[in-house]
Ligand binder design. Structure first.
Ligand SMILES: [Zn+2]
Ligand SMILES: [Zn+2]
Length: 434
């Protein structure tokens, strides 16, 4: 690392914390010049961590403040607001300005939560993660009855007792038109409903989830901190599921400027549905914001399935509606009973013709080697085979706005067809006409 880079890293470490620190203690940034006078930059060796065990000073205090704000150390505000929350670290530092075992443990837990190499030192990657805008929901927050498992996603342990949910806007940001805001939030909700049994509709009163924009101190969760730093937070189902956006941010529907509303909305709504943070970089439920990322990943999908199930059971007869599907071993038949679509336990989806006691395969996905165990007729119009990890194995590729709420039909002529809402076929197995 050259001197310039080291100096800029040092500067970044000193400058970035100011907004975060002011949110914590509401202090004026008079200390800025003192912080920037620090001479430690010269002591940083090439390749050495920015901060490590034994270091001391304002920068260590900032690291402590960051970890405390996001749930690693004792924090009365978090304890008050999030029932059952406990600090992630097992002990408190004796002096917040000294990098001791407690701060080292906090840094290691942070690195674990962010999928970073676990070194216990604040290296460049760790510092970069700490400087990103983020959700203020505490890391490592799960209730006592949350499901344990080997997944990367984390469940809070509370859920909605129904799958048809409603929402209402308490107010709007002036950064965007109401139509743009509605569209972004609707897209975000659609991302969650596409491959789950959940549905969402906007109402004018009596809603489940309330969505709004606020600044500064506005609710018992935590105060918003102005531009950057904390972008938004949300409440778990057991606390009402509401979503609050920091109106000091510049909200945008573009990928090139401002904070992308749909991206942050998908993440916060994940909390509203019962998901905590994921350690998988790139997943929707990863705590920090790194630009546009508005499609749930495997880990997010597996998380929402773990709470609500992958889909609802197929309706009787030859149709599967949006949001329904087949688990391994399940099947559906044409109305006349002559054709049967089977999600086989070997991972193959097969259409059979049943005649005079004989069974003839007409069509198959050929996915037995990849072993998917569920077929979902998604609300986005795509028919997809998934593994339980959330990984897609096969799809018709018919996801589009025009194909929303499509249905899959095993026809009496032996053809397997996806029809969109207006009744137009968008995909077929081309196995007619028997
Ligand atoms: Zn979050
Ligand atoms: Zn709030």
């Amino acid at each position: 690392m050259n001197t310039t880079l080291r100096s800029s890293l040092r500067l970044a470490l000193v400058l970035a914390p100011l907004s975060a620190a002011s949110a914590l203690v509401a202090c004026a940034p008079e200390g800025a010049s003192d912080l920037m006078d620090g001479a430690q930059a010269d002591a940083v060796e090439a390749g050495a961590p920015v901060l490590a065990f034994g270091d001391s000073g304002e920068d260590v205090r900032w690291v402590y403040g960051y970890l405390r704000q996001y749930g690693y150390f004792a924090n009365e505000a978090l304890a008050h607001h999030y029932p059952g929350w406990k600090p992630a670290a097992s002990r408190e530092p004796a002096d917040p300005e000294v990098f001791d075992e407690a701060i080292e443990e906090g840094v290691m837990l942070f690195q674990k939560a962010y999928g970073l190499p676990i070194t216990g030192a604040v290296d460049e990657a760790t510092l970069a993660a700490m400087q990103k805008p983020r959700c203020s929901f505490p890391d490592f927050y799960t209730s006592a009855d949350a499901a344990a498992g080997s997944h990367n996603f984390t469940l809070h342990g509370s859920k909605w007792s129904k799958t048809a949910l409603t929402y209402r806007f308490a107010n709007y940001t002036s950064d965007l038109s109401q139509a743009s805001i509605r569209n972004a939030v609707s897209e975000a909700l659609f991302d969650w409903s596409a491959s789950s049994p959940l549905t969402f509709s906007e109402v004018s009163s009596g809603e489940d989830i309330t969505i709004g924009w606020y600044t500064g101190s506005h609710c018992s969760a935590s105060a918003f901190d102005g531009s950057n730093g904390v972008l938004a937070h949300a409440f778990f189902p057991s606390s009402g599921g509401d979503v609050h956006f920091d109106d000091a941010e510049s909200w945008s529907t573009s990928s090139s400027s401002g904070i992308h509303l749909e991206t942050v909305a998908v993440h916060e709504l994940g909390h509203s549905l019962g998901l905590a943070h994921s350690s998988v970089s790139g997943s929707i439920m990863y705590p920090t914001y790194s630009g546009v990322n508005d499609a749930p990943r495997d880990d997010d999908r597996a998380g929402i399935w773990a709470i609500y199930g992958a889909f609802s059971a197929p309706s009787p007869g030859g149709d599967i509606h949006a949001g329904q599907g087949l688990s391994a071993g399940q099947s559906m038949s044409s109305y006349d009973g002559r054709f049967q679509l089977v999600m086989q336990s070997d991972g193959n989806l097969v259409l059979y013709k049943l005649t005079n006691g004989s069974v003839t395969p007409l069509w198959a996905t050929g996915t037995n080697s990849a072993m998917p165990d569920r077929m979902i007729m998604q609300e986005d119009g795509n028919l997809v085979l998934y593994k339980s990890s959330g990984a897609p194995v096969w799809a018709t590729g018919t996801s589009s706005t025009a194909n929303r709420y499509s249905r899959l039909v095993v026809q009496n002529d032996g053809n397997l067809v996806i029809y969109n809402q207006s009744g137009s076929p968008v995909w077929a197995s081309n196995t007619c006409c028997h």
